[in-house]
Design a protein around this ligand. Structure first.
Ligand SMILES: Cc1cc2nc3c(=O)[nH]c(=O)nc-3n(C[C@H](O)[C@H](O)[C@H](O)COP(=O)(O)O)c2cc1C
Length: 445
């Protein structure tokens, strides 16, 4: 996130953490280069559109602890990072609930052009009442309706990206004075329940046309949405078994929707604390834990779930409560078949084995590589979304200590000699696969 603290609550206080430089362009271009040189496929920046004010009914605690507030606009960082790199994919969250498809389509086309096809879009429907309130609504739209609306949003952007401009519409013919052949630019004539977009796309097609589509829907409706649209799914869960259940469920739904099982790549969030050997890594973890801020974690947990946990007993079992915010987080913890009782908030937020809401692997190069291999096997995922504990130290450590060991084991793909689009790196082709629902909107060249 473009904030001082995303999921590494309180770690901005650690002397090695640079997240407080989130307003400096050098911070982002340096991070992008660290990742590209370190063998990462892509960088991902999450986003939200309101202050976190569920905790105690105000934003005070989130502002005080720096938890996702203040927050800058991640999309505006992308072109600088693209200019500083040649290979790295860059994924950014934008919410369908508060954007307009006609405008969003142009933004992503522009970024895909400027990065030579390295852009991904993490499609979210948002979960904060504070966003709704400040963006013209009295309250959030109902949870599942947000996804219904997102389905139509996607139809509109597919028409703009895939169906409006033919591949050879741009002629750049100086002799005849024809830049674009107007016969090859088509109005999309979209008229739906939520959107009316009659005309053609405002931008000429970019290398990928449609950006690589990321999604993280965890509720039943969210999973259906992911199964239909996503090419890369962020899967969360209480543990490896829970993540595996989500992977299997989404893949089965995708097949039902007419897509091949291999049409979706699955990636789960993970933190890694590593060093030259196990001892050095354990010392680092102990040091990081001294800076971890449980209050920041509760602020975020309250905002995501829509439930005020500020007065909740940390050691009382969690109960599922249906809200209009995120519906999957609490499900993971109250319905975990590997345990005989629900998780407590303390176990969820400050687990004995690591830091925060996702699994943390701790150890030297071979310990982490072994654990990572087991993790990928047990979860059925294709890769990880490495969450920073300290930024950019967690990424630099992973690149220095773990990537060489993963390379030796053949688990990190070599970078292509010439830059490729993000979709080529993930699927071997620049354009949407033929079984993707956006593909049918395509125009013949
Ligand atoms: C790795 C990962 C990244 C996510 N990034 C964002 C984000 O940037 N913005 C956001 O509003 N939600 C984000 N989410 C949350 C999901 O998009 C979604 O809101 C959540 O899974 C709840 O969906 P559900 O109500 O369908 O369960 C992320 C989830 C995961 C697992």
């Amino acid at each position: 996130m473009s904030a001082v603290s995303h999921l590494n609550y309180g770690l901005w206080r650690h002397p090695d953490d640079q997240s407080w430089r989130y307003n400096e362009l050098d911070h982002w271009t340096g991070l992008a280069r660290t990742l590209e040189d370190g063998g990462f496929d892509s960088l991902f920046i999450a986003d939200a559109l309101g202050l976190l004010d569920t905790h105690g009914g105000s934003a005070d605690a989130s502002l005080r602890t720096g938890t996702q507030s203040p927050l800058a606009d991640p999309l505006l960082l992308v072109s600088a990072m693209a200019a500083a790199t040649r290979h790295l994919g860059i994924g950014v969250t934008v919410s369908t609930t508060y954007e307009h498809p006609y405008l969003l389509a142009r933004k992503f086309t522009t970024l895909d052009q400027l990065s030579n096809g390295r852009i991904g879009w993490n499609i979210v429907t948002s979960q904060l009442e504070s966003a709704a309130r400040n963006l013209g609504l009295d309250a959030q739209l109902p949870h599942d309706e947000r996804y219904d609306r997102a389905d139509e949003f996607l139809d509109v952007v597919y028409k703009l990206w895939e169906g409006s401009w033919e591949d050879d519409a741009v002629r750049r013919d100086r002799a005849q004075g024809i830049y674009t052949d107007p016969r090859k630019v088509h109005p999309i004539r979209h008229q739906g329940r939520w959107y009316s977009v009659p005309d053609a796309h405002l931008s000429e097609p970019s290398p990928q046309r449609t950006p690589v589509l990321f999604q993280a829907g965890g509720s039943p409706r969210g999973q259906r949405f992911a199964a239909r649209h996503a090419e890369l799914v962020f899967v969360a869960g209480a543990n490896a078994a829970g993540i595996r259940r989500s992977v299997d469920a989404i893949r089965a739904l995708a097949v039902e929707a007419g897509r091949a099982p291999e049409a979706i790549r699955f990636v789960a969030p993970l933190a890694v604390v590593t060093g030259a050997d196990d001892r050095a890594a354990a010392d680092k973890l102990a040091d990081y834990r001294r800076h971890y801020d449980v209050e920041g974690a509760i602020v975020h947990y309250s905002a995501s779930t829509g439930i005020d946990f500020s007065t909740h007993d940390l050691d009382a079992p969690l109960r599922y409560q249906e809200t209009n915010s995120n519906r999957s987080l609490l499900t993971h913890l109250t319905n975990d078949p590997t345990r005989d009782r629900p998780w407590t908030l303390r176990e969820a937020l400050a687990p004995a084995h690591g830091l925060g809401r996702h699994k943390t692997l701790v150890g030297g190069p071979s310990t982490v590589a072994d654990a990572l291999e087991a993790w990928l096997r047990e979860t059925g995922t294709d890769g990880i979304n490495l969450a920073a504990v300290v930024n950019p130290g967690s990424f630099a450590d992973f690149a220095e200590f773990v990537v060489p060991e993963l390379r030796r084991r053949g688990l990190v793909a070599e970078r292509p000699a010439t830059p490729a689009t993000l979709r080529e790196r993930l699927f071997g082709q620049a354009r949407l696969r033929a079984d993707h629902p956006g593909h049918r909107h395509g125009v013949a060249a």
